[in-house]
Design a binder for this molecule. Sequence first.
Ligand SMILES: Cc1cc2nc3c(=O)[nH]c(=O)nc-3n(C[C@H](O)[C@H](O)[C@H](O)COP(=O)(O)OP(=O)(O)OC[C@H]3O[C@@H](n4cnc5c(N)ncnc54)[C@H](O)[C@@H]3O)c2cc1C
Length: 478
Amino acid sequence: MRGAHYGLVVLGSGSAAFAAALRAAEMGRTVVMTEARTVGGTCVNRGCLPSKNLIEAAKLVHEARHPRYPGIEPYNVRFDFGELVRQKDEIISVFRDKKYEGLVDGEENIDVVRGRVAFANDHTVQVDGQRIEGERFLVALGSTPVAPEIEGLDDVPYLTSDLLTSEEDMELKELPGSVVVLGGDYVALELGQMFSRFGTKVTILERSNRLLKHGYEPEVGLVLQRILREEGVDVRTNTRVRHVRASEGGVAVELEDGDEVQAERLLVATGRRPNTEGVGLEKAGVETNGHGEVLVDEYLRTSVPHVFAAGDVIGNQLGSQMATPVGAHDGTIAARNAFAGNGEQMWPVDHSVIPRAIFTDPQVGLVGMTEEEGIARGHRCWCRALSMELVPRAGAIHDRRGIIKMVADADTDKVLGVSMVGVNAAEVIHEAAMGLRFGAKIDDFIDMLHVYPTMAEALKIAAISRRKDPAKLSCCAE
Ligand SMILES: Cc1cc2nc3c(=O)[nH]c(=O)nc-3n(C[C@H](O)[C@H](O)[C@H](O)COP(=O)(O)OP(=O)(O)OC[C@H]3O[C@@H](n4cnc5c(N)ncnc54)[C@H](O)[C@@H]3O)c2cc1C
């Protein structure tokens, strides 16, 4: 470690932190990142990558056992869950080395200090007693799983998404026979389906009347709900938990309707909150809002002009999403703004087009506004949801599950949003995102030649449905 004074002091070492650190170092500044857990943060160690690795393995198992094609016999493929976890950890370690730790190992201008960080004042942090001073600061402390207030919950052991972690005690190394999942958002669905496909009996308990209640088109949650049920996941909506207790076989969850669900393990996947407690933000004068998010302006400046914030820690402010690419992109913007010279223009963040995905099977991809959001913003909406049955590729590969919904302004035909549930939706959504970025209209999607047969034709077909019956098209959506 070079000393106790840096150009940029970064609280955290996740995706937002690393992007900012690299950018600040490129600008010739000295940087220190601070980390209490594993360097690299949530995405690489216990979020995106480990989940997508194991979800794909579960898909292979499921497809072998449930082939979609007549003529392919089901095969009860065997697997070793412990070995799957081991290979997951290996992959994570390689990624961590390539994209995080290894990147800064020989980097002259970047240090990493391990330990819990907290502000001592507006120009100093303390990491386990060690004082570090800085010219500029970036709060990039990420978020943490949050558990709802349920009677008895504190007295039973439960899993969170931290079960995916490596080199930490919370890592799940044995496949449970049964899991009851609290929550109906993306982590609950991705992990719920994954466990179910590995052969675990899964019950998903969701309080509202459908899965993915907030921020998604209603069709998305309803379609996924049906698909998961068809696969054998016990999805229960409109369900409130009254009490949780330890039982002989694991845990018993008593519901308000009097029913009880027993399972070996309980997975609490009811959301995340920013890591802003106990980090001395008040000592630096950095303000948070009622959700515990660090308050920022469009330049990612906090209430203290030389302290910036990016990543999960800003929550959904300025239209942001808790997702890795958003944090990483904003991290670089925060670093640039932190060192913008006198009179130099700062860069505002632009969260108007954030493509997102859920890695269930089929995947969910979405970008832009939902119908409800479009109407709330004063648009007269043209909105259409179509079945994947209309997409030639879906039929050709025996996977017609899902829908696509396009939301456009009925007066200008400008496309405002797209949601898709279907094969490769996480890839297809990028075409829609690029369209939104450049203000595409319905005819832009219609006139663009699409490769035949691809799932991306879903976009063209949805757009065509503005003009004519999409069931009466010739081969290439013409
Ligand atoms: C199961 C799961 C799956 C996900 N899948 C995806 C996906 O597929 N795609 C996607 O885009 N996003 C996904 N996400 C979200 C994504 O992981 C996060 O949005 C992203 O990692 C946030 O990055 P960040 O830099 O803001 O915070 P983090 O990566 O969380 O980094 C913050 C770091 O700060 C550290 N820290 C916190 N407090 C202190 C302290 N007091 N002292 C020192 N260090 C501290 C933490 O240990 C952490 O390492 C997933 C998340 C989960 C949980």
